[in-house]
Design a protein around this ligand. Structure first.
Ligand code: NAD
Length: 427
């Protein structure tokens, strides 16, 4: 599936809406042309010795989509699905996301085509450092600032920043400034409190702001696909806010309980077993007597108030769009709904909160981490989450105004805000 073209199709739809983006159509055409191609594609080949001593060349990418608003920014993922089209798509989404939430940052994305679960910790470290050596010339606090994404975490960011600082030379004067080359680092290495939970926290803030305006009454039932950094942290925050999480899954399948699941207990069980499947009635989680195992596909089709895809792209597509019954879909994963499925869900009145708004908490707190590093400060989590709220409150407000006034769905209203901000740089 060509996800980049698919995303461009979603984007192009805003031209045909009952909303005038600019008085100068030529500007809009120029912007769309610019957004349809990334500014730079860095494709690297990473030599890597396997356990049997054989040399393997691993594919890696850093795609710098657009820097109209500031230095490129975006995560790095390790996954065997990584390819140029996927990274390209994600880099475009980063350009739109940073613009929508008003950050002075552009869009980029990186990836290494590998299944990290098959690697030892030492192998992961060697590969992470090799990747930095290959992209070194193209990154830096004023050029491009990578961060974690699928299968990467603060440990990997720590190895990467360490390699970056080594390459920059021991006598580098402004080391604190250079620390801002990577975000999502551990606290000891210059990371910021709350970064780990930031994407989940952002999802909770956006959902809370929108359900109030949409007049949804709690408790609302929730199903979450993907229980990694994003899915788990969001589940924790939603449980505190009185949402009833009735289904959770990971790559190996999921569990369902109509009485609700406790995310912390499910995580405990997942850690013990290595997967969620079966956790409804094992060990300390056995109080969910009425639970049952479900597949990922069954989870997506549940009749819930809020469905939260927080794993992979394109999971809601032409094959299942007609079966999706959730009232609200909060896109915590990037691009979880294909263009065709988006149309079907919109037609039946389903509310989609788009990825560029729903999951922007991660990049917002990454930006705060950059500021903390550059100003040599240490922020408390409370301050971080307060600032996060301010950014999201403003973005939701702008999106809501367009949605209300022109009867435009949340995806298109969000794209309009993002494009309007980018247009200011084209004149
Ligand atoms: P992660 O690696 O921590 O977790 C991914 C989760 O998805 C795991 O539980 C995994 O088991 C599950 N999964 C993998 N394949 C699956 C499948 N086929 N079906 C169901 N579940 C599957 O990754 P993450 O950081 O939580 O990222 C999840 C999504 O959120 C990605 O789309 C990512 O791009 C997006 N995102 C992440 C961040 C961030 O700060 N980490 C920010 C914005 C967006």
């Amino acid at each position: 599936m060509q996800t980049f073209n698919n995303t461009l199709k979603k984007l192009a739809k805003v031209k045909n809406l009952n909303y005038k983006l600019t008085s100068n159509e030529k500007d809009l055409d120029s912007l769309f042309k610019i957004l349809s191609k990334p500014q730079r594609i860095i494709k690297v080949s990473l030599p890597f010795k396997k356990k049997d001593g054989k040399l393997q060349l691993i594919e890696g990418y850093r795609i710098q989509h657009n820097n109209f608003l500031g230095p490129y920014k975006g995560g790095i993922r390790f996954s065997k699905e990584v390819d140029e089209d996927e990274i390209n798509t994600l880099s475009l989404l980063m350009t739109l996301k940073c613009s929508l939430v008003g950050l002075p940052l552009g869009g980029a994305k990186g990836g290494i085509k590998i299944d990290p679960k098959k690697l030892s910790s030492l192998e992961l470290e060697l590969l992470s450092r090799e990747y930095v050596r290959k992209i070194y010339d193209f990154i830096g606090p004023d050029k491009d600032i990578p961060a974690p994404d699928i299968n990467t975490n603060s440990q990997i960011m720590d190895w990467m920043i360490d390699e970056y600082l080594k390459l920059s030379g021991k006598n580098t004067k402004n080391k604190s400034h250079l620390l801002a080359t990577f975000t999502g680092k551990s606290i000891n290495r210059g990371g910021i409190e709350g970064r780990e939970e930031a994407t989940g926290k952002g999802g909770e803030i956006v959902l809370e702001l929108l359900i109030k305006r949409l007049n949804f009454k709690k408790p609302l039932t929730v199903a979450i696909q993907g229980f990694g950094n994003v899915g788990y942290n969001l589940a924790k925050f939603l449980a505190i806010k009185n949402y009833k999480i009735i289904a959770i899954s990971d790559s190996k399948g999921g569990i369902y309980s109509k009485d609700g699941l406790n995310p912390e207990l499910v995580m405990e069980c997942k850690k013990e077993r290595g997967m969620i499947s079966g956790c409804y009635c094992r060990g300390s989680v056995c109080d969910f007597k009425k639970g049952k195992e479900i597949t990922n596909e069954e989870l997506l089709r549940l009749n819930v108030d809020v469905l939260i895809p927080s794993a992979l792209e394109n999971v809601i597509n032409l094959h299942n769009a007609n079966k999706i019954r959730a009232k609200i879909i909060l896109e915590m994963a990037n691009n979880p709904i294909t263009d065709e499925a988006d149309e079907i869900i919109n037609k039946r009145g389903g509310i989609i909160v788009p990825d560029i708004l729903a999951n922007s908490g991660g990049v917002i707190v990454s930006y705060l981490e950059m500021i903390q590093n550059i100003n040599k400060e240490k922020w408390k989590k409370e301050k971080v989450f307060d600032r996060l709220f301010d950014y999201l409150n403003e973005a939701v407000d702008e999106v809501w105004q367009i949605h209300e006034r022109y009867n435009i769905n949340f995806r298109n209203s969000s794209l309009i805000v993002a494009i309007k901000n980018l247009l200011t740089k084209i004149r």
